[in-house]
Design a protein around this ligand. Structure first.
Ligand code: TMP
Length: 218
């Protein structure tokens, strides 16, 4: 079976990590060897870069600096974690990948979706997920979930909520970006209604697995 590279995308509070954990438990039952990883991060160097990106003031970085840091961390992640895992026959479940740079930095931060695609190609060629699940949730609903989750349990300066704190117009543009990506690449990107219950969302994701397992066999 060809190991599959599967990414999960969405705005803030879409519930990606819960769905990834459930899918991982199911894949384990199916005896599909896999890893779970995330972006920004997923390798030692990429996690160091993550720390610069997800904490602190919303205006901490120029948009292009942010895009370059995201892409630098991804390049490390690809070469140190993703490609070695696939080469070892393991499937990869990845919490965010390059669609996040296209939507967050390209659409929401205004750098342009096409420029961000070009930047990805320059950095690491044509490495891409076999399939991507876009967990789609209305902006306000997602932000409410994300803000509730952060709570006040962590000290202000250690919270990973730098993007969450951006204004509503940022999050609306981000959502539009993800919807446009889904329209541009319907074969790869599957839109999932993430307003449903956790178990219904998981059932919708697993519904694609006949196709995915067939692809992996072929
Ligand atoms: P997380 O909250 O899903 O762990 O992701 C960290 C934050 O980084 C999230 O707010 C989205 C943002 N992000 C980007 O802006 N561009 C990217 O390319 C990636 C991977 C994440």
């Amino acid at each position: 079976m060809t190991p599959q590279f599967i990414s999960f995308e969405g705005g803030e509070g879409a519930g990606k990590s819960t769905q990834i954990a459930l899918l991982s438990a199911w894949l384990e039952q199916q005896k599909v060897d896999h890893i779970i990883t995330r972006e920004p991060g997923g390798s030692a160097g990429a996690e160091l870069i993550r720390d610069l990106l997800v904490k602190g003031a919303t205006d901490r970085w120029e948009p292009m600096t942010e895009a370059l840091l995201m892409t630098a961390s991804r390049t490390e992640h690809i070469h140190r974690t993703i490609l070695p895992a696939l080469a070892a026959g393991k499937w990869v479940l990845c919490d965010r990948f390059f669609d996040s740079t296209i939507a967050y930095q390209g659409a929401a931060r205004g750098l342009g979706m096409d420029s961000m695609r070009q930047l990805q190609t320059l950095a690491f060629g044509d490495v891409a997920p076999h399939i991507t699940f876009f967990l789609n949730i209305p902006v306000v609903e997602g932000l409410m979930r994300a803000r509730g989750r952060e709570g006040d349990k962590q000290l202000e300066n250690t919270r990973e909520d730098r993007f969450e704190r951006m204004d509503t117009s940022f999050h609306e543009a981000l959502h539009d970006g993800f919807v446009r990506l889904t329209e541009q690449e319907p074969e790869r990107i599957k839109m999932i209604n993430a307003s449903k219950s956790i178990s219904d969302i998981q059932a919708d994701i697993r519904g694609y697995f006949h196709q995915i397992l067939n692809n992996a066999d072929g």
